[in-house]
Design a protein around this ligand. Structure first.
Ligand code: NAD
Ligand code: UGA
Length: 463
């Protein structure tokens, strides 16, 4: 107990997930005078954070956790004690799409978030700053304040919004070299004082001009809008990819030509099998739901199309596989290279691979899945329906005797394989459907593959 007196402040984070873990590890690294504790109801997850095998794969995270854990970074399941001792509480629990009742399939499910609000009130014995780290509907802080005030025992809570913009697979770099940090607070003396405390944390490693401060509602809504804009770029280029396939235009050339306008830019404009991940779809649907609930139907429809286009792109990819393989894939082995929703993560939440696998299974294909980090999660995602699925860590083995390879995740490992060897081991004619435009298509064609990229003319050996 003694050592806690030496820390300047106690920071608590409720929720030890993909955001809570990395964010707090970096804060602990950069702010050694703060004590940072991360708590979770999930005992297994906390056990893993305290072990040699942390629960998420994120480049660079391992070493930061090793450096800080036990010094000023702690992982625990004792949520109540953590709350009592904290000066600042980040709430980073999951806020998935609601699956039941009013708003099912669209609105945010705020049950985990609300539970933490009640737990905070019940266990607080001193004033605290509460920071919304989770992505939440605009004006959620108002509800948080009502819950906190309802249990008032003379304690002051100041609620702030500090949404997280990190992307999985690059979380550590995104945190260390953030484009910006956003902090929203009430423009009252108490709000501004609390805001300064959060600014002080990030100012340990980021220049002050990268720390943006706004009113609470702008901060909450900016997070949903940022994700909607990013996802919109992918849906826009994916829509163009379908047109390219009809016209022999090349989507990569278009992305380069269009992106060279500095107002548009080159980043985040790669055509694909469609975006996945735990946030884009849920956050856009949330934006759609909020817009509709304010009676803004055109606004809602506008954003909803970003999701519809994404569903279309996933569907189109499977349709292409079936059509090009002579309209039947029943009994044929298809090697799926990748299952994670993007490279450098083991996360498979909302991965396009899940949809693609299910559709291929519906067509009675045998699906051999190979992914460097995501096979365990794939097994969970496909549990109960994986009759016809093979989980094979070695891509060469997955492709052996296969009729086709589908590139689903852009792991660089797949770029460096010996495709001559793979071609020899496959059934002929051998197909590659490159859902990420990852590989050297001309080289593959020279080897003998029939190559089907996204948004480009296929390279085939048929007359
Ligand atoms: P996650 O599911 O990985 O982690 C959330 C954790 O909260 C879980 O471990 C869960 O057990 C815990 N939890 C739930 N209820 C709790 C409670 N009452 N008390 C204590 N712990 C509780 O989720 P995540 O990916 O870290 O996302 C968290 C939030 O951050 C979401 O709102 C998400 O939209 C947002 N976000 C995620 C990312 C990302 O890349 N994953 C990026 C930016 C923002
Ligand atoms: C995204 C945002 O990039 C983060 O800023 C945000 O904090 C996060 O959502 C969140 O709120 O959860 P993330 O989902 O982790 O991060 O990963 P991204 O890199 O955005 O990729 C999302 C999906 O889009 C992936 O399936 C990826 O393969 C796909 N993508 C990305 C493309 O298809 N084309 C591209 O050009 C870029």
């Amino acid at each position: 107990m003694e050592y806690r007196m030496t820390f300047k402040k106690n920071i608590l984070c409720i929720g030890a997930g993909y955001v809570g873990g990395p964010t707090m590890a970096v804060i602990a690294l950069k702010c050694p005078e703060y004590r940072v504790e991360v708590v979770d109801i999930n005992e297994e997850r906390i056990r893993q954070w305290n072990s040699d095998h942390i629960p998420i794969y994120e480049p660079g995270l391992d070493s930061i956790v090793r450096e800080t854990r036990g010094k000023n970074l702690f992982f625990s399941t004792d949520i109540n004690k953590g709350i009592q001792e904290a000066d600042i509480i980040f709430v980073s629990v999951n806020t998935p799409t609601k699956t039941f009742g009013e708003g099912a399939g669209m609105a945010s499910d705020l049950q985990y978030w609300e539970k933490t609000a009640h737990t905070i009130v019940e266990n607080s014995t001193s004033n605290k700053i509460i920071v919304e780290k989770s992505t939440l509907p605009v004006r959620t802080a108002e509800a948080m304040e009502r819950i906190l005030k309802a249990g008032n025992r003379g304690i002051r809570f100041e609620v702030l919004s500090n949404p997280e913009f990190l992307a999985e697979g690059s979380a550590v770099m995104d945190l260390l070299e953030a484009d910006r940090v956003l902090i929203g607070a009430h423009r009252t003396p108490g709000g501004l004082r609390a805001e300064q405390e959060i600014v002080d944390i990030y100012a340990h490693w980021l220049p002050r001009e990268k720390i943006i401060t706004t009113n609470l509602w702008s901060s909450e809504l900016s997070k949903l809008v940022a994700n909607a804009f990013l996802a919109q770029r992918i849906s826009s280029i994916n829509a163009v990819s379908a047109l390219c396939e009809k016209t022999d235009a090349d989507v990569s050339e278009i992305a380069y030509a269009v992106g060279s306008d500095s107002r548009i830019g080159h980043k985040f404009i790669n055509a694909s099998i469609g975006f996945g991940g735990s946030c884009f779809k849920k956050d856009i649907l949330n934006l759609v739901y909020i817009s509709r609930s304010y009676g803004l139907l055109e606004v809602a429809d506008y954003w909803e199309m970003v999701v519809s286009m994404n569903e279309y792109q996933k569907h189109r990819f499977v349709q292409k596989i079936v059509k090009e393989m002579f309209n039947t894939i029943a009994g044929k082995k298809i090697a799926l290279f990748g299952f994670a929703f993007k490279a450098n993560t083991g996360d498979t939440r909302e991965s396009a691979a899940i949809y693609i696998t299910k559709q291929l299974l519906e067509e009675h294909a045998i699906v051999a899945i190979s992914d460097p980090k995501a096979l365990d999660n794939a097994k969970i995602d496909l549990k109960g329906m994986d009759n016809g699925v093979l989980y094979i860590p070695d891509p060469y083995e997955a492709a052996n005797d296969a009729y086709a390879i589908a590139i689903v995740t852009e792991w660089s490992d797949f770029k460096n394989l010996d495709y001559e060897r793979i071609f020899k081991s496959m059934k002929k004619p051998a197909f590659i459907f490159d859902g990420r435009n990852l590989l050297d298509h001309h080289k593959l064609s020279e080897i003998g593959f029939n190559v089907y990229p996204i948004g480009k003319t296929p390279l085939t050996h048929f007359d």
